[in-house]
Design a protein around this ligand. Sequence first.
Ligand SMILES: Nc1nc2c(ncn2[C@@H]2O[C@H](COP(=O)(O)OP(=O)(O)O)[C@@H](O)[C@H]2O)c(=O)[nH]1
Ligand SMILES: [Mg+2]
Length: 205
Amino acid sequence: MLSAPFDEPLPGALKLLVAGGFGVGKTTLVGAASEIEPLTTEAPITVASLGVDDLRATTDKTTTTVAMDFGRISIGSEYVLYLFGTPGQQRFWFMWDDLCTGALGAIVLADTQRLEECFEAVDFFENRRIPFLVAVNRFDNTVSYPLKEVRSALELRPHVPVVECDARSRESSVGVLLSLVQYLLDTDPEAARPAAAHIVEGLLP
Ligand SMILES: Nc1nc2c(ncn2[C@@H]2O[C@H](COP(=O)(O)OP(=O)(O)O)[C@@H](O)[C@H]2O)c(=O)[nH]1
Ligand SMILES: [Mg+2]
């Protein structure tokens, strides 16, 4: 007979999503923030992507995430934060509804050179009432637009946070997660999900 080796309670699992257009830095952010080698279903960009994925602005990109990214951050022994990078390519949109099940909140990553790519993610989370923030991933050698302009271009409601990040940096990526969890706490303190306070503590340096 199998005996359950669970003398201690299992940690609470909390799910956050990372969405945004193709090549905006989702895989990079999940990889930077995750304490485990992130599971990513990356594949070389192949002929199959050509004409399907918009590669115009991402000429250096040689791989693409097939399906999704997955990362994990444990917070003390009580909570585990799971990060799901939603597939950016339109042909994988059917997966989004499933990924949303049980998600506490979402990060919409944006590249200001291609802001229009995150309209769909913004609409998606608004329609499903999943709290989200917009994180502008700063790419080198690009014009940087004030966050106020990003907010107005995306027609975000005033309470939706807009933050900046460098998806390559763990500190910066964890900072975005922290902003999101703080936002969840601020907007819905009751349901805030008693866990959220612990997460903020656990993520603070
Ligand atoms: N300069 C710079 N490059 C980045 C940044 N984030 C991602 N990249 C690069 O941009 C490309 C696309 O990133 P990726 O994470 O694959 O995008 P995804 O399609 O959203 O998963 C990769 O070559 C990354 O190395 C960033 O903050 N700054
Ligand atoms: Mg990716």
